[in-house]
Design a protein around this ligand. Structure first.
Ligand SMILES: Cc1ncc(COP(=O)(O)O)c(C=O)c1O
Length: 389
């Protein structure tokens, strides 16, 4: 079955009692038991719920896994993996570039509890080999990364990590399973901020962990119930609704990102464009090999002052200035003051996260409107900068 068919049919038969083609929403906390301890497979919604279970079946299928647990946010999903595998004294190796919230979780929550967090440049495989010699329990990466859209070779990273027995976790939020299948590239666990492209409509906060192997998955599944960071059945139902159009939305997001990257590379007020679809992008060849498209995100550095960058992101017509990404409506963000503000300024500088780095998440609007909006506001900055700030 092709991907777009699976988003609609995988684990989603018509409801047997009524024939309803859309699964009913089981908005219930508990279930009447037949006799004490004897029930119909569900006893309490934190532990299990038919709507959530349906979503877990779909997500496992789309990522090419066999198991999935969904959580109340992407960070709750990350927390469950870290609680399961990053005990005091254990080490994790992560790339220099990770989502700010992941950085905060590792350095402000797990490091004080005794975990060892080692950050290396994953594009330098020799450096990665040296780092894993210390036998970390986890090797964790995003690809493409947030916000600079760096691309790492997942297959090579997994091979190096597995040689030392580490579990490989890939945050597949930016690519989505439509453009990239980390489990087939060797990852053991995939995490998704479902909040983004999978739910897709900017109305759900949710996360997921997907696995191929039951033994690696089981400790995470246990913590879904034991920690309790589960989403509501209604949010699961909304995601099931949103995910049906994932293929169509991703195609348009990607078309918009490509059109925007093209215009940005030619503009005099743009210093540098980060988009894996550009042949000049350092990860372009790896992206071509491990992804079936270049995704829907574009970041760029404005050739201007931080004040100009702030004025620019506030001036756009169709791009709402806001956190998050991957929704039907275009969003723009200034990571240094928003999504990545929790990273200390000196570390941001080390990571190349400049104060004029702008992250764009084109929605599914028409590309002509989005391009015209960006171009008009950049032209205004180029012509009369004093009016624009
Ligand atoms: C790549 C990435 N991973 C994880 C998260 C965390 O997800 P959530 O906001 O759903 O907790 C985010 C949020 O922006 C993200 O961009």
């Amino acid at each position: 079955m092709e991907f777009g068919t699976r988003t609609i049919h995988a684990g989603q038969p018509s409801e047997p009692n009524t024939g309803a083609v859309v699964a009913p929403l089981f908005q219930t906390t508990t279930y009447q038991q037949i006799a004490p301890g004897e029930h119909h497979g569900f006893d309490y919604t934190r532990t299990s719920n038919p709507t959530r279970q349906r979503l877990e079946t779909v997500l496992a299928d789309l990522e090419g896994g066999t198991k999935c647990a969904v959580f109340g946010s992407g960070l709750a999903a990350e927390n469950a993996i870290l609680q399961a595998y990053l005990k005091p004294g254990n080490a994790i190796v992560v790339p220099v570039d990770v989502y700010g919230g992941t950085f905060r979780l590792l350095h402000k929550v797990f490091e004080p509890l005794g975990a060892i967090v080692e950050r290396v440049d994953f594009s330098d495989l020799a450096a990665l080999e040296r780092a894993v010699a210390a036998k970390p329990t986890l090797v964790w990466l995003e690809s493409p990364t947030n916000p600079r859209l760096l691309v790492y070779d997942i297959e090579a990273v997994a091979r190096i990590a597995h040689d030392t027995g580490a579990i490989v976790v890939v945050d597949n939020t930016f690519a989505t399973p439509y453009f990239q299948q980390p489990l087939s590239l060797g990852a053991d666990l995939v995490i998704q901020s479902v909040t983004k492209y999978l739910a897709g409509h900017l109305d759900v906060i949710q996360g997921a962990v997907i696995a191929k192997d039951a033994a690696v998955f089981e400790p995470v599944k246990f913590l879904q119930n034991a920690l309790g960071g589960v989403p509501s059945p209604f949010d699961c139902w909304l995601t099931l609704r949103g995910i049906k159009t994932l293929e169509l939305r991703m195609e348009r997001h990607a078309q918009n990102a490509a059109a925007i990257a093209d215009v940005l590379t030619k503009h005099p007020k743009v210093k540098r464009v980060y988009y894996p679809g550009l042949p000049s992008h350092p990860g372009h060849e790896v992206a071509k090999r491990q992804m079936t498209g270049f995704g829907g995100m574009v970041s760029f550095e404005l050739d201007g002052t931080p004040e100009e960058a702030s004025a620019f992101v506030s001036s756009l017509t169709y791009f709402a200035l806001g956190e998050s990404l991957g929704g039907v409506r275009a969003l723009v963000c200034l990571p240094c003051k928003m999504t990545h503000a929790s990273i200390p300024p000196e570390t941001r500088a080390e990571l190349g996260l400049s104060d004029t780095l702008i992250r764009l998440s084109p929605g599914i609007e028409h590309p002509r409107d989005l391009v015209a909006d960006l171009k008009a506001k950049l032209d205004a900055l180029a012509e009369i900068p004093e009016l624009a700030v």
